[in-house]
Design a binder for this molecule. Structure first.
Ligand code: KDO
Length: 332
């Protein structure tokens, strides 16, 4: 065997160093492809521009942030699989997306569990969030970076109806996104849950293939559902959250400094969304009234009782870790 020359050693060293350097970085900018079903005028769509601007400032020339709105890159709910396959780097995934692979997380798909936006931030930014996000990383191969307040979900009907209790929603074809946990929530509200992707809801309401839908009010405005509905029932049934998450493949390829910058950008984006959405929610009812919609208040306690009873007796709740509900309730 010949002795390795200085040149051989140098070449081997260069190769070893290249293996340690994130591949995309060696080739130029690191691509960060984002896919979301959000419509451009909604806060959780606009927040991605905040994310991009933040990274352009903290890491100029390092990342190529590509924002794809309106589910134009991947259809709603398909993002986690795309991230696991390496076709997508970032998305804002819902508790419902997570529950499919991490059943423990389904507790956050249940109505009337999280009390308000502040409670939501405390739960996810504390030990409960830490434990559950660890499970998410292990089981889904994505890392949650920030908790985004999507808003408090309300029922929105095509034709006005006197709705006081869940019994008053009997027979109403209420559109829900398409998964078992979403449909369970719709049924728990007393309606007949009908699965449909977000992008098809406007037409469904217009043509009458559905009688109503549920969403946070800023999204009802941004997606213009108020143009094709006549009533909002303030059920306050779900303080909804989505989680800015990055695929572990891209996360693990970043340097510690890059990780810090990407996480800070995600948190700035979430803060932008949360602040603006809360502000809008505080005064949005007037907007709908001006548009001619009836905004009514049901017997929220009757809804809470019925929904909580439906979950307590469900298979969904069997996956909730022992004591988690008490810990969530005790979080102040
Ligand atoms: C919806 O389809 O009703 C929903 O609100 C579900 C959320 O998890 C999220 O996907 C959201 O749509 C989209 O981002 C569009 O706002």
């Amino acid at each position: 065997m010949t002795r390795p020359t200085r040149r051989h050693l140098l070449a081997a060293l260069t190769l070893a160093l290249a293996a340690l350097t994130p591949l995309a970085q060696a080739q130029g900018k690191i691509p960060l492809r984002i896919s979301t079903p959000a419509v451009p005028d909604d806060w959780h769509a606009k927040m991605w521009t905040v994310f991009k601007d933040s990274l352009d400032k903290s890491a100029p020339g390092e990342f190529d942030v590509q924002i794809n709105l309106n589910a134009s890159l991947f259809k709603q709910g398909a993002e986690p699989a795309a991230m696991a396959r390496g076709n997508l780097e970032l998305a804002s995934i819902s508790a419902f997306d997570i529950a499919k692979l991490v059943p423990e997380f389904s507790i956050f798909t249940a109505g009337y569990i999280v009390r308000d936006p502040e409670h939501q931030q405390k739960v996810f930014n504390g030990p409960i969030g830490e434990e559950l996000f660890k499970l998410v990383s292990e089981k889904m191969d994505v890392t949650p970076l920030a908790t985004v307040y999507l808003g408090t979900r309300q029922v929105n009907l095509r034709e006005p109806r006197n709705v006081k209790t869940p019994a008053d929603l009997k027979g109403v074809k209420l559109r829900m996104p398409g998964s078992k946990e979403w449909l369970f929530l719709g049924e728990a509200l007393g309606a007949t849950a009908t699965p449909l992707a977000f992008g098809e809801v406007y037409l469904g309401l217009k043509t009458g293939t559905i009688d109503g839908q549920d969403n946070p009010l800023p999204s009802v405005r941004a997606a213009k559902f108020y143009e094709v509905t006549k009533q909002i029932v303030l059920t306050n049934h779900l303080v909804d959250g989505i989680f800015i998450s990055i695929s572990n493949k891209s996360w693990n390829a970043l340097s510690a400094a890059q990780k810090g910058k990407v996480k800070a950008a995600a948190q700035a984006a979430a803060a932008f969304n949360n602040e603006n959405r809360l502000k809008e929610e505080a005064q949005i009812v007037d907007f709908f009234k001006q548009q001619g919609l009836q905004v009514t208040t049901p017997d929220v306690e009757a809804f809470r009782k019925a929904v909580q009873a439906a979950y307590a007796n469900s298979d969904i709740a069997k996956a909730w870790p022992k004591g988690l509900l008490d810990r969530i309730n005790a979080t102040r």
